[in-house]
Ligand binder design. Structure first.
Ligand code: SAH
Ligand code: SF4
Ligand code: F3S
Length: 473
C-alpha cells in the first residue's frame, strides 16, 4: 500500500511540479479522512467535555461525521447520575454492535462518568467485547494518546485513572455553536450530598485560576461569542481549593471589566455557598443575566439533613428572599427530587409547599435513584417505586401550573432584549432568541440575525415555550 502511494506521488511530481504535489497530498489525505461521532449524555459539563474530545479527534486528523453509520470512531461520553442514564447507554452501546459487525474497522469507545465508577470498566468490556477503548473522567486529557495506540496496533485500550489529574490548560475545545460557549471554572465536587455519584466520578474540587478563565472568556468574546456560561458543580465554591475567599465574586468582577456586549450566565449554585456579594455582582452589570439556578432538592428539613445538603428550608427561603430583594426580576429555577430514602408524605408535602412559596420559573424534577457506593444507597427505608411515581406526578403537575402562571405574569405582552441564537427547528421562517432570564423565545425573523441582540415582545407565554415578535425597542 505504501509503495503504491509513493509511486503515484512521484508520477504527480513529474507531471505537475511540487505545487500540485501539495494539492494531491491533500486529496489523497482526504480520501483517507477518518470521521468521528460523539454521543453525549448528562449535564452541560459533559457536553463541554465532548467539545474537548472533538478537539482531540480533530488534532489527530479526524473530521465530524453526521451519524454513527458514517463514522470510523463512535465515542460514548457517559453519565451516571441516575440509573436510567446508564440503561440508555447500555441499550445504545448494544445497538451499535450490528454496525461493527457490518464494518469491523469501526472503533467504539466509552468514557465519562459511568466508566469512572469502581468496577464499571471491567463489567463494560466483559459485557461488550466489541468495545475498543474505555477511559475515565480523570484521564480524558490522555485521549489523544489512546487514539494513537489504537491506530498503531491491534487490541483494546482500557485505562481508568483512580485519581484526578492536575488541571491541564493546554488542550482546547472544538465548539460548533458560534454564539454561546461554555467555560469551565471548577471541576469535581467536595459536597458529598448523600444521594449523589458526582464526587466519586469527578473527584475533588479543583478551580482554574482567574487569569486562565479570564483569558478564555476574552478570547471567546474576541472571536465573536455573545453568550458565556460559566460551569462548575458548585460555582460558589470556586477558588476554595486554593484558599480564596469569595473568589467567585472576584472572578465576576474581573469579567465585568471586559468591554463589549454579551450575556453572562453561570451554573450551578449551591444554596449553602451562594453569597450576597455574588448576587450584588450580578446586579451591578447589565450583561450578567438575572437568572439563578438554585437547586433545593427537598422542602423538608429532615430530608435535607439526611441528604447532607447543609442548609435548612428556612435558610433556603431566606436566600431566595435575599436574591429577590437584590434582583426583583430574577428568574429563579431549581432541581427537586422525590422519593429520597425515608421521605414521608409529610416531607413530600413540604417540597410541594416550598415550590408554591418560591414560584420557580422552571424546575428539573427527579425521582431519587439509588447509586452504588453513596451513603443514601445504604439507608434502610428506601421508598417503594409506586410511591415515587405517584409523588413525581403530583410534583410535576404542580410545577407545571406554577410555571405557566409565572410565565404569563413575567413575559406576556412584555418586551425583552434577547440574543438570537439559532434557527427554530420547528419552523424555518422563525429564529429563537434567549432572554436574560434564560428562556427561549421564537420569532419570525431572518437567520442573518443570529448572533445579534434585538428586542422582542412576547405575544404568547406558556410554561415551556414563548412566542413573540420583533419590535424596535
Ligand atoms: N452539582 C449540581 C447538580 C448535579 S446533578 C448541584 O448540586 O446542584 C443535577 C441534579 O441531579 C441534582 O441537583 C439532583 O437533583 C439530581 N440528582 C443527583 N443525584 C441523583 C440521584 N441519585 N437520583 C435522582 N436525582 C439525582
Ligand atoms: Fe452532587 Fe451535591 Fe456535588 Fe451537586 S453539590 S454534584 S448534588 S454532591
Ligand atoms: Fe454530569 Fe452525569 Fe457526570 S450529570 S457530572 S455527566 S454523572
Amino acid at each position: 500500500m505504501h509503495g503504491f502511494s509513493f509511486f503515484i506521488i512521484k508520477a504527480v511530481i513529474l507531471q505537475y511540479g511540487t505545487k500540485s504535489l501539495d494539492n494531491f497530498c491533500n486529496l489523497y489525505y482526504n480520501s483517507k479522512m477518518k470521521y468521528y461521532y460523539i454521543i453525549t449524555y448528562g449535564c452541560q459539563m459533559n457536553a463541554h467535555e465532548s467539545e474537548k474530545l472533538a478537539r482531540i479527534f480533530r488534532d489527530k486528523g479526524y473530521e465530524a461525521a453526521e451519524s454513527a453509520e458514517q463514522a470510523d470512531f463512535v465515542l460514548f461520553n457517559t453519565c451516571a447520575i441516575r440509573e436510567n442514564a446508564e440503561q440508555k447507554l447500555f441499550g445504545n452501546v448494544g445497538a451499535i454492535k450490528s454496525l461493527k459487525r457490518k464494518r469491523p474497522s469501526l472503533r467504539i469507545g466509552v468514557c465519562g462518568c459511568m466508566t469512572q465508577q469502581q468496577g464499571a470498566a471491567d463489567s463494560l468490556i466483559e459485557r461488550y467485547p466489541f468495545v475498543d477503548l474505555v477511559f475515565g473522567t480523570h484521564n480524558i486529557d490522555a485521549f489523544g494518546s489512546y487514539l494513537d495506540l489504537l491506530n498503531s496496533r491491534k487490541g483494546r485500550v482500557i485505562e481508568v485513572w483512580e485519581r484526578e489529574a492536575a488541571i491541564n490548560e493546554d488542550i482546547g475545545y472544538y465548539r460548533t455553536d458560534r454564539v454561546q460557549a461554555y467555560v469551565n471554572i471548577n471541576y469535581g465536587c467536595n459536597n458529598f450530598c448523600s444521594y449523589c455519584i458526582v464526587p466519586y466520578v469527578r473527584g475533588r474540587e479543583r478551580s482554574r485560576s482567574i487569569p486562565a478563565v479570564l483569558g478564555e472568556v476574552e478570547g471567546l468574546l474576541a472571536s465573536g461569542y455573545k453568550e458565556i456560561t460559566l460551569l462548575g458543580q458548585n460555582v460558589n465554591s470556586y477558588g476554595n481549593d486554593w484558599g480564596g475567599k469569595d473568589s467567585f465574586s472576584a472572578l465576576l468582577k474581573e469579567i465585568s471589566r471586559l468591554t463589549g456586549k454579551f450575556q453572562l450566565r453561570f451554573m450551578t449554585n449551591h444554596p449553602k455557598d451562594l453569597t450576597r456579594s455574588v448576587v450584588e455582582c450580578v446586579a451591578s452589570d447589565s450583561r450578567f443575566c438575572h437568572a439563578i439556578h438554585l437547586p433545593v432538592q427537598s422542602g423538608s428539613n429532615a430530608v435535607l439533613s439526611r441528604m447532607n445538603r447543609k442548609y435548612t428550608r428556612e435558610d433556603y427561603l431566606s436566600r431566595v428572599a435575599m436574591i429577590r430583594e437584590i434582583l426583583p426580576d430574577v428568574a429563579l429555577t431549581t432541581d427537586m427530587m422525590v422519593g429520597f430514602p425515608g421521605e414521608t408524605e409529610e416531607d413530600f408535602a413540604d417540597t410541594l409547599s416550598l415550590a408554591e412559596l418560591c414560584r420557580f420559573h422552571s424546575a428539573f424534577t427527579f425521582v431519587y435513584s439509588r447509586r452504588r457506593g453513596t451513603v443514601a444507597d445504604a439507608m434502610q427505608d428506601q421508598v417503594p417505586e409506586e410511591v415515587k411515581t405517584e409523588r413525581i406526578k403530583r410534583l410535576v403537575a404542580l410545577q407545571k401550573e406554577i410555571a405557566s402562571s409565572v410565565a404569563k405574569e413575567y413575559y406576556q405582552n412584555k418586551t425583552f432584549e434577547v440574543l438570537f441564537e439559532a434557527a427554530d427547528t420547528r419552523d424555518p421562517s422563525r429564529i429563537t432568541g434567549r432572554t436574560g432570564a434564560g428562556r427561549l423565545v421564537s420569532v419570525k425573523g431572518d437567520p442573518s440575525l443570529i448572533g445579534t441582540f434585538g428586542h422582542v415582545k412576547v405575544t404568547k407565554a406558556g410554561a415551556n415555550s414563548l412566542f413573540g415578535e420583533l419590535t424596535e425597542v
